[in-house]
Design a protein around this ligand. Structure first.
Ligand SMILES: *[C@@H]1O[C@H](CO)[C@@H](O)[C@H](O)[C@H]1NC(C)=O
Length: 543
């Protein structure tokens, strides 16, 4: 669908392009194109992610929610990915969304919009860390239940939270290691991920007893609605599964400054990861629907507490299920390291510009590991706090999952929209460019994200109590409104000093730098940005 344009000759080296965008090279460029795809794909972590959110699809539509919900939603997610890929190709920096917002918004709106994107993105990545690691903790507990005598072990929320903290702490240590180690790990993640998907697709149909095997009419056509929402609405709620799973693909953008050939590698990593996940995810859901038996209520109510673990247990028996499930939990754990890595890079970029509280202490590269160790632990700490929500009640867990979708959708929507609102004529596409399809695809993506954000603040069942309330609306609105309040705060608020992305490149074409300095310096910085844009212009009719 995309048309590939020839790269302009002046963009041959990554460092030069980054310098044009106003940043000096601080990271080592350790990630190859495959590894950039790897980080997006391993964060999507297909099979373990489906395991984490299957509890959403099974009661909201059953087989139809699982299979058709997945397929339809992934197509819409692809429109977000394609719009983002264009931006990632035009300006690959670790600031990503936040940098694009600055670059493409108008001079009167850019600071505030950048600020909101920075906070929404931080919320999105931190809740992604929280939900993935929480999913992993639940998987560990499901394994304990499967292994216990007659599946009698039922963990408390407190016990699961302790496992969750242990997972956060150990992934924090892994993410503090040298970039090279992490880069090499990405390939292992991808291979394990795909092997796991194929193993399930092949093994499950072979070993499922015929009593649990379903006819095609059931696996592809039965609509089971257990939570009490109207059917159509229930179907859309099943979208939470793919929307959560196929998320975090902006992670590839956050490592742009560590990637070789970033202007091509980053967009293709995004589109590739979504495409593979859409197709492979549909296949996995079809296999599950064929092997689940017809009693969806029993799958939801099983003491194992994990629909996919229950399906696998019913098909493979205790030992087989434990073996497969351990690998699933391990891959989920690896996904936790990838998302924490991405989250730390995002908070690094935002603190580079002073956006987050305690930025001064966060914006530091550890001299030994050459990684931003402080932001790794900052993200882990925030995720630990957010995880406390699960102690409010079993359904409060939903908030972790919906928050990561809502946070990232807000952060994704703003740069995609401002590019067309304010920079329609000046936008200079990178090598990945959709041409005249850009605008229609972006409009579909924006409508979809808005719809999904409204959808996911609804509670799991129609009449919520304190324990089943969806707290995502409280946290999401709190973050967005809180960040706006903090922005306009007298004296200390961002409006007094926040100037968007700070340029770190030493010698600019016009000798100026964007920084937290005086407004005069700032406006010169804007000129420099405009200057480099027209210098590097691809279209001949640019000013
Ligand atoms: C789906 O399957 C369940 C269980 O067999 C059945 O009770 C229900 O009527 C089916 N629904 C549809 C729409 O076919």
């Amino acid at each position: 669908m995309s048309t590939i344009q020839k790269m302009p000759p002046e963009r041959t080296t990554d460092e030069e392009l980054l310098h044009t965008l106003g940043y000096k090279q601080e990271f080592k460029r350790e990630f190859t194109s495959f590894e950039v795809f790897g980080i997006a794909f391993s964060i999507i972590g297909l099979l373990p992610s489906i395991a984490s959110v299957l509890f959403y699809a099974v009661p909201n539509g059953g087989p139809v929610g699982m299979v058709w919900g997945w397929l339809t939603c992934s197509i819409f997610i692809m429109t977000i990915g394609m719009s983002m890929a264009e931006l990632g190709s035009a300006a690959p920096t670790s600031g990503g969304l936040y940098f694009w917002t600055y670059k493409y918004a108008s001079s009167s709106t850019r600071n505030l919009l950048c600020w909101i994107v920075g906070y929404a993105n931080t919320l999105g990545t931190v809740s992604a860390v929280a939900s993935i690691d929480w999913g992993c903790a639940v998987q560990v507990m499901a394994a304990a239940t499967i292994a216990s005598k007659d599946q009698s072990f039922v963990p408390t929320a407190g016990q699961t939270y302790l496992v969750y903290l242990a997972i956060l702490a150990t992934t924090g240590i892994v993410c503090s290691l040298a970039t090279k180690t992490l880069a090499r790990l990405q390939s292992i993640y991808v291979v394990l991920n795909i092997a796991l998907c194929l193993a399930l697709i092949i093994v499950l149909p072979i070993l499922t007893p015929s009593s649990k095997k379903n006819h095609a009419s059931f696996a592809l056509g039965n609509f089971t609605n257990l939570n009490g929402w109207p059917n159509g609405f229930a179907f859309f709620l099943s979208w939470l599964a793919p929307a959560w799973t196929i998320g975090g693909f902006d992670s590839s953008v956050h490592i742009s400054e560590e990637a070789t050939n970033a202007a091509t590698a980053v967009p293709w990593a995004i589109v590739g990861a979504i495409g593979v996940s859409g197709i492979l995810g549909t296949a996995i859901n079809i296999v599950l629907a064929f092997c689940a038996g017809t009693d969806m209520q029993a799958i939801v109510d099983n003491p194992i507490g994990q629909p996919m673990a229950t399906i696998i247990f019913n098909s493979l028996g205790e030992r087989g299920a434990l073996a497969l499930w351990s690998v699933i939990a391990l891959v989920q754990y690896m996904m936790g390291t990838s998302i924490l890595l991405a989250s730390s890079r995002q908070t690094f970029a935002f603190s580079r510009d002073g956006g987050l509280p305690f930025s001064k202490y966060m914006y530091k590269i550890n001299s030994f590991t050459k990684t931003p160790v402080n932001t790794v632990w900052y993200s882990a700490f925030l995720a630990a706090l957010l995880g406390l929500l699960v102690l409010a009640g079993p359904s409060a867990t939903n908030a972790l999952f919906s928050l990561s979708i809502i946070g990232s959708n807000i952060a994704y929507s703003i740069p995609i929209a401002v590019r067309f609102i304010y920079s329609r004529d000046t936008f200079q596409p990178g090598p990945f460019n959709l041409g005249r399809w850009s605008l229609p695809i972006a409009i579909i993506a924006l409508i979809f994200m808005t719809f999904v954000n409204i959808l996911f603040v609804f509670p799991a069942t129609p009449h919520p109590t304190i324990a089943t309330m969806n707290y995502s609306v409280v946290v999401a609105a709190g973050t967005v409104l809180g960040s706006i309040g903090w922005y306009y705060f007298p004296v200390y608020g961002g409006v007094h000093w926040f100037r968007g992305p700070i340029r770190t490149a030493e010698s600019e074409p016009s000798g100026s730098s964007i920084g937290r300095g005086s407004t005069e310096e700032k406006s010169k910085g804007d000129d420099a940005l405009a200057g480099t844009m027209s210098q590097k212009s691809i279209l001949p009719d640019q000013p």
